[in-house]
Design a protein around this ligand. Structure first.
Ligand code: ZN
Ligand code: ZN
Ligand code: FE
Length: 768
């Protein structure tokens, strides 16, 4: 006989883990108990030696689909007698930090029941169990129990209650458990001149929605973490109309598919991609369109990729199956505004956009956009971390002495709450521009502080004096009379990568993005740093040029092209014969170029070393001309238009100025312009540019590594979402014997900044 205690860490709460342990222990005739704790799930087992061993082997093999096991620790205990195996109620104390599970896509068992005519949940759009269903989006407060969720209004019927109370049932303590007798119901609303009126309910509502979608109508749909606008993804007229009403130009729409078969008919899907898209988080995955893709042109214009997801709730499944074609699913908001998630607000805000609405009475307490994942370098990497991932805690190597709240940066904002050895990153909050965005951030922040009962002891934010996030952090610190740490943007990127990869030593950090406030008041973004959580040094950077037009450059990439042309060539006496310059003259007048480049004006613009701005310049030179872009479009377009075949690299120069290495693209720009004049194919030029840039960066790393004696490079910043750049830099670094650290579960873009800020604040406050 043997008596042991297992501590199982990972995503093991709110995913049906305790009932699974209960069934397994009973099967193996083991006695003891299981309970949730702040450290994970604790299991005490007493029984035959080989039964205990079989149990330990079976846990990782047979665990519930949505569970993720990071670690199982086993300790032997003196013999003790138990009458049976039981599920103990969790002690409420220190647990609140790990208790909330993310929203999980419908599991296989629930999908089977949904389609079984004899099942009592046949075609019930709100079915769920311990392995699946809404969590984060319906929780009002902890402990996670039905009265604390938006399901509190629905009294369970006798059958549901029996399932809820039975430890052997798949719905044991599944808080949102419901059926058509006792649970939420669907409603179909028509919109006549801004007035919504209910037409039908339940399955009739799905029939009506499918019918109208087939007719090319735009339907508002209440989902898990918010409202979507949907239309037939094959119908060009419908998609164009949706773009027009939403005020969204070319930014791609995501598409939802009924199942894997339908997905495969439109997209080519690799193994890793299939894993990601079919995971319980059910994110949008960026896939290559297949030649047979029937998506209307305007779904994702001018890009070979499609943001695809599988129907992740029973409601979506029923609707997509009934339709028989994929649906555009875009968050219900006007362009650039936060997602709508309250029923009344959504109906009101969308009354000029949606023709119909498919809604229900299970309220969404907290919003969460669809997450976005991309496979880069054979790994799936989270680009937008929201529904399905949030609020899973990120384990930290460091022990935090104080509870820290960090406010992130202004683009792709998230905040982070960190204490002890965990960090909770908020859902994607979007760009912190305008009152609505800030109000949405404040709601989310208040919710997280309540949920996790955290008494914040210190605050961190970006160094940028004009960021809204900085201002919010300053107000928070002042009103709570707690310390505030300002963190340099790229130092935070580097720290986020260290934290995610569970490292804490000083490493080289290659941080490439579009913008970040530097310690010298210029705008950084092509940085090679060396540092750990405590401090950093700027070892090298991309050469700086004036940001011709300040914030306007983000939408008008031709301005950066002009800045780089001016740096590299003599534009006055010997301007190259390239289309872009002709377009600028034609559109803005003969004098526009010399006006922008007068010494006085140039001196008024801040300098930037941002890699993202160099990408903008090259995209404008090759493809964009004077066209305006949505944020990140130039980079996306550049990548998609780049030849997939290796080409000889352009040269960059590397020189030491003062204390730092300066990597200059000037030789590269000159060669690029010459080849453009010679009519070399643009995808080839783009490839030579990317190869040259990757080589230049790696040369910079090599030089600096020699001085610092570090052979580890952390890659961070939004530019690493460019798969070719990511893969080439990684390959070249690896060839030269470097160890490469890169993001997977935290976005490399500014969505991950808050994590880095928290770790730096922790280290610096400890040092004081
Ligand atoms: Zn389920
Ligand atoms: Zn029921
Ligand atoms: Fe950044």
């Amino acid at each position: 006989m043997r008596h042991v205690e297992l501590t199982i860490r990972g995503t093991v709460q709110g995913v049906g883990f305790r009932p699974f342990v209960y069934r397994l222990a009973r099967e193996l005739m083991l006695r003891g108990w299981v309970r949730n704790s702040g450290r994970g799930v604790i299991v005490r087992l007493f029984g035959a030696e080989d039964s205990v061993e079989r149990f330990v082997r079976a846990v990782p093999q047979e665990k519930p689909e949505a569970a993720r096991i990071d670690e199982i620790a086993l300790s032997e205990l003196p013999h003790e007698h138990y009458d049976e195996f039981t599920i103990l109620h969790s002690s409420e104390s220190a647990e609140t930090f790990t208790q909330v599970s993310p929203d999980l896509a419908m599991c296989r068992d629930c999908a089977r029941e949904l389609h079984e005519i004899s099942d009592r949940r046949f075609a019930y759009p709100f079915t769920n169990c311990t392995q699946c269903g809404p969590r984060f989006s319906i929780i009002k407060d902890v402990p996670y129990d039905r009265p604390m969720t938006t399901m509190s209004e629905f009294a369970m019927c006798a059958e549901c209650a029996a399932e809820y109370d039975s430890p052997v049932d798949r719905r044991f303590h599944a808080q949102p458990v419901a059926c058509s007798k006792c649970g939420p119901t669907l409603e179909w609303l028509t919109n006549s001149g801004g007035e919504w009126s209910a037409q039908c309910h339940r399955i009739e509502a799905i029939h009506a929605a499918a019918r109208e979608l087939k007719q090319g109508k735009i339907v508002l749909i209440q989902g898990i973490g918010g409202f979507h606008l949907a239309c037939d993804a094959r119908n060009e007229a419908a998609v164009c109309e949706l773009r027009r009403r939403k005020g969204r130009d070319r930014k791609p729409f995501a598409v939802m598919f009924a199942d894997r078969r339908q997905l495969r008919s439109w997209c080519s899907v690799g193994l890793r991609e299939l894993e990601a898209i079919g995971s319980p988080a059910a994110p949008i995955v960026l896939l290559k369109k297949s030649p047979a893709c029937e998506a209307a042109h305007s779904v994702a214009p001018e890009t070979p990729t499609l943001g695809a997801m599988l129907s992740y709730s029973p409601l979506h499944s029923l609707l997509l199956e009934e339709c028989g074609f994929p649906l555009v699913m875009t968050s219900a908001n006007r362009s650039e505004e936060p997602i709508q998630y309250r029923r009344e607000d959504a109906l009101d805000a969308m009354k000029e956009i949606a023709d119909f609405a498919l809604v229900h009475d299970r309220e969404i307490e907290m919003f969460a956009d669809d997450s976005i994942v991309r496979v880069i370098g054979k790994q799936s990497r989270i680009i937008r971390r929201s529904r399905g991932f949030v609020p899973t805690a990120i384990s930290l190597r460091e022990q935090f002495a104080k509870s820290i709240l960090s406010f992130g940066a202004d683009l792709k904002n998230t905040f982070c709450i960190a204490k002890e050895q965990s960090a909770i990153l908020s859902q994607h909050l979007g760009d912190m521009e305008g009152e609505r965005a800030i109000a949405q951030q404040q709601r989310a922040l208040a919710h997280f502080l309540k949920l996790y009962h955290v008494k914040v002891e210190a605050v961190a934010c970006d160094l940028h004096p004009d960021y809204s996030s900085t201002r919010l952090a300053e107000e928070f610190a002042e009103s709570h009379a707690i310390p505030l740490v300002h963190v340099q943007h790229h130092h935070a990127h580097l720290a986020a990568c260290l934290a995610e990869t569970q490292r804490d030593e000083a490493v080289l950090g290659l941080c490439l993005d579009g913008t970040g406030y530097g310690t010298d008041g210029t705008i950084w973004g092509g940085e090679l740093l060396y540092g750990d959580f405590r401090s950093f040094r700027r070892l090298g950077h991309l050469q700086s040029v004036p940001l011709l037009g300040n914030d306007r450059v983000a939408r008008e990439p031709w301005r950066m092209a002009l800045a780089w042309l001016d740096k590299s060539l003599d534009l006055r006496s010997n301007a190259p014969r390239i289309p872009l310059l002709a377009m600028i003259r034609k559109e803005f007048g003969e004098g526009a170029i010399s006006a922008l480049l007068t010494a006085r004006l140039k001196a008024n613009y801040p300098l930037t070393s941002a890699a993202g701005r160099l990408f903008d310049a090259v995209a404008a030179l090759l493809f964009f001309g004077t066209r305006r872009q949505f944020e990140g479009e130039a980079a996306m377009h550049l990548e998609h238009q780049t030849s997939p075949y290796m080409q000889p690299a352009y040269d960059m120069s590397l020189e030491k100025e003062d204390d730092a290495w300066v990597l200059s693209p000037v030789p590269m720009i000159r060669e690029l312009v010459r080849e453009l004049e010679d009519g070399v194919s643009k995808p080839v030029i783009a490839r030579r540019f990317l190869e040259g840039f990757a080589e230049g960066l790696v040369n910079l790393c090599s030089r600096a590594a020699g001085e610092m004696g570090s052979q580890t490079v952390a890659l961070s910043g939004g530019c690493f979402q460019n798969a070719i750049l990511h893969e080439r830099v990684t390959a070249l670094l690896t060839e030269r014997g470097f160890e490469v650290l890169a993001h997977q579960i935290v976005p490399s873009n500014d969505g991950g900044i808050a994590l880095g800020q928290a770790c730096i604040a922790n280290a610096q406050l400890r040092g004081r």
